[in-house]
Design a protein around this ligand. Structure first.
Ligand code: DGI
Ligand code: FE
Ligand code: FE
Length: 193
C-alpha cells in the first residue's frame, strides 16, 4: 500500500498533527523536494512522501516526544540535547508505528532531516535541502542556498549546515555531532567555497 494513493487521507492525518504555519511549511518542503528529486535523479514519490512526513511530530508536546525517544532507547546524548532535534528522531519512529511507513530510505530521510549525518543518501540530502529552501522560508543566506541547490546539492547542503553550525555557535549552543560529521563529509568531498 502506498500512502500517496490516498493523498487526502494522508494530508488530513498530517494536518491534524500541526498548526497551519507548520502545515504550509510541510507542503512547501514537498514541492521543493519534488523539484530537487527531479533535478538530481531521486525518486520523486519517495521525496514527496518523506517531505510530507518530515515534521510530523514537530508540534507535539515535548513530553510526548521524549517518551517516544526513551521508549525506543535512543542515545542519552539526544535526550539530554537540544529538544529541537527530537521531532526528527521521534518522527521516524511514529510514522512507522502510526502510519505504517516501512521504507527505510524514507524513515532515514525523516530521522536525519535536521542533523544530517555522514554519508547521507541522495534522498536524505534532498529532504534536508528542501527543508532549508522551501518557498515560505526566509532567513539570511537562504537565497545563496537556493542558488547553490540549482547546481550542486552537496555544495548547497554544506553551505546550509555551515550556516546552522555558525548560528548555533554564535548563540553558545552545542552542535550535535551528526551535524559536524555531515558538514565535514560534504566539505571534504566537494568543498564549501
Ligand atoms: O523543523 P524545522 O524548523 O523545519 O527545521 P529543522 O528540522 O532543520 O530544525 C532545525 C532547528 O534545530 C534549527 O532551529 C536549529 C536547531 N538545532 C539545534 N541544534 C542543532 C540544530 N540543528 C542542527 N542541524 N544541528 C544541531 O546540532
Ligand atoms: Fe524539522
Ligand atoms: Fe521542516
Amino acid at each position: 500500500m502506498n500512502l500517496l494513493d490516498d493523498r487526502e487521507r494522508l494530508l488530513a492525518q498530517i494536518r491534524a498533527q500541526m498548526n497551519q504555519k507548520r502545515y504550509d511549511h510541510t507542503l512547501g518542503v514537498a514541492a521543493s523536494a519534488i523539484e530537487l528529486a527531479q533535478r538530481y535523479g531521486a525518486d520523486p514519490e519517495q521525496a514527496e512522501l518523506a517531505a510530507l512526513l518530515h515534521d510530523y511530530c514537530k508540534c507535539w508536546p515535548v513530553e510526548k516526544m521524549r517518551e517516544v525517544l526513551v521508549r525506543h532507547d535512543l542515545p542519552q546524548e539526544l535526550i539530554e540535547g537540544d529538544k529541537e532535534l527530537w521531532h526528527a528522531f521521534a518522527g521516524a519512529i511514529v510514522i512507522q508505528q502510526e502510519l505504517g511507513v516501512t521504507d527505510p530510505a524514507i524513515l532515514n530521510a525523516v530521522r536525519y532531516h535536521t542533523t544530517g549525518r555522514k554519508e547521507m543518501t541522495l534522498l536524505e540530502k534532498v529532504i534536508c535541502v528542501a527543508d532549508y529552501i522551501e518557498p515560505n522560508r526566509s532567513f539570511p543566506g537562504v537565497e545563496e542556498i537556493r542558488e547553490r541547490s540549482k547546481h550542486d546539492l552537496d555544495h548547497a547542503l554544506a553551505f546550509a549546515l555551515g550556516g546552522t553550525i555558525t548560528h548555533l555557535i554564535e548563540r553558545g549552543k552545542p552542535v550535535y555531532p551528526l551535524t559536524l560529521l555531515a558538514y565535514n563529509d560534504l566539505v571534504r568531498k566537494g568543498g564549501n567555497g
